[in-house]
Design a protein around this ligand. Structure first.
Ligand SMILES: Nc1ncnc2c1ncn2[C@@H]1O[C@H](COP(=O)(O)OP(=O)(O)OP(=O)(O)O)[C@@H](O)[C@H]1O
Ligand SMILES: [Mg+2]
Length: 239
């Protein structure tokens, strides 16, 4: 199922996307309102042309990592301008439209909250190309008996750290569920990558409504972590 599409970064030094800083987010124009309805400041008339552009000749797709309601995420390999090859996720919307909002948010977050590096966007077809985040989906941790209550707690703590950092960068995730959270279990303590930022919203000044949405979602996850833990199940069986 290997399709060989080679992709080359154009008009953009790919190394810059790997050394991005949080300074990006401060440059975004904020059109926030308190309506809780606000469209993201990430909408712009540029149509994404201001984002790093990549061409397909340096991309090599190697598999499918997930199919969601709105798009397909492929595992790919990107040849950087220095010749290095790096693992990436290439996300293409079912609609065929440009996923400019998610790309711009990733660009502005500049890896805050462990979000993937945005390498760039393509056209023909439209796709966003981001870092492949190593780790285990939190949903797999929830459903696996391999992770005891201590590991689950560590995964939850890492997620809280990432969410606080995400908020610190000015955004609320809005779509936090265990399928959008990747836990890197190779680090001690565990670290977290928040992915799928297409629904994220800029946090308006003096309004914590959006942040509360995320903390509420995290509470649900916390409840599930403890209810499903082998320790709890063992305890229930003893009762
Ligand atoms: N940057 C990434 N690194 C590693 N895996 C990823 C990355 N992005 C996406 N994935 C994988 O692909 C799956 C789907 O990605 P994503 O959640 O971004 O797409 P989606 O279309 O919004 O899916 P859904 O509607 O199910 O949320 C994720 O659950 C994850 O397993
Ligand atoms: Mg998702």
């Amino acid at each position: 199922m290997t399709s060989l599409v080679q992709v080359t970064p154009v008009s953009h030094n790919s190394s810059s996307s790997t050394t991005s800083t949080n300074s990006h987010y401060s440059s975004s124009s904020t059109t926030s309102t308190s309506s809780h309805n606000s469209s993201s400041s990430t909408n712009s008339s540029s149509g994404g042309r201001d984002l790093p552009q990549l061409t397909w000749d340096r991309l090599h797709l190697v598999g499918n990592v997930g199919t969601g309601e709105f798009g397909v995420s492929h595992h790919g390999q990107l040849t950087l301008s220095n010749g290095d090859v790096t693992d990436v996720v290439v996300k293409i919307l079912h609609s065929g439209k440009a996923n400019t909002k998610e790309a711009r948010i990733l660009h502005e977050l500049a890896v805050a909250g462990g979000t993937p590096i945005l390498y760039g966007v393509t056209t023909k077809p439209h796709a966003i190309v981001m870092q492949y985040c190593r780790g285990v989906l939190l949903s797999s941790i929830l459903n696996s008996f391999m992770y005891d209550v201590h590991h689950r707690q560590e995964a939850y703590d890492a997620t809280c750290v990432a969410v606080a950092e995400f908020h610190g960068a000015g955004y609320s995730h809005v779509d936090l569920h265990a399928g959008n959270i990747i836990i890197d279990t190779s680090t001690s303590p565990y670290t977290c990558h928040l992915i799928d930022v297409g629904l994220s919203e800029r946090i308006p000044p003096d309004d914590d409504w959006w942040e509360k949405i995320d903390w509420r979602d995290l509470q649900d996850i916390q409840t599930r972590l403890h209810l499903n833990s082998p320790d709890d199940i063992g305890r229930r069986e003893l009762l």
